[in-house]
Design a binder for this molecule. Sequence first.
Ligand code: HEC
Length: 198
Amino acid sequence: MKKPLSLSLILAGSMLLSSHASANSHQTPAPMPVEMQQMMKVYTPELRQKVMALSPELKGTIQQLHAGHTRRAKETNLRQIMHEILSEYQSIASAVATDNAEQAAEAARRLANHRIPKGGLLAYFPLDKVNTADLSVLSAMNTAVEGSALKLAEAADKGDMSMAASYMSDIMTGCVACHQKFRGVPGISANLMTPEGK
Ligand code: HEC
């Protein structure tokens, strides 16, 4: 987990540098990146307030995460995008198992450059997780999933399918980590009796 840490340090460092440059304007809050401003127009006042309160470093990191993806969804929500990502993951697995390097590399690059859901990621996170402390793990998870997918693609390009296979678990470790923190429990029924004491 060294890489993700250094990535966020670089991001934090560059934010520090840029905030240093505007040290005179101490009173004004850090400007919100333009794309985030656009996304925030459709946020509820509650969510908007939470996002505004994030540290400038984290706002920069989130902006970078969004900007790193070239594809934007118009109407698709995060759960649907997640299913797209799962399909890409399954496509990679199928490709690795059948020694299809090109399919593996293309699916892995599509996974890494997944579409950004309508309103961006934060709109779909539980409100109580939209704070600087909880969201600070985002870039590490992103590196685990997307960084490993890009490494898998490179290994596949070189025809090294056993190396490519080894990145499958790194990717899935990132999926699991993010779900444990931000997903909650999907598919709970409101029509089942909860046993006493549970
Ligand atoms: C940045 C955090 C994050 C990462 C990384 C992540 N997910 Fe998700 N995932 C979520 C959240 C949040 C939801 C719940 C979305 C909702 O229900 O609105 C979700 C939901 C899903 C769902 C919908 C069904 C369900 O169980 O809730 C699937 C399928 C899914 N993720 C697959 C994946 C796969 C496969 C990966 C890794 C390749 C992955 N996710 C990586 C945050 C993440």
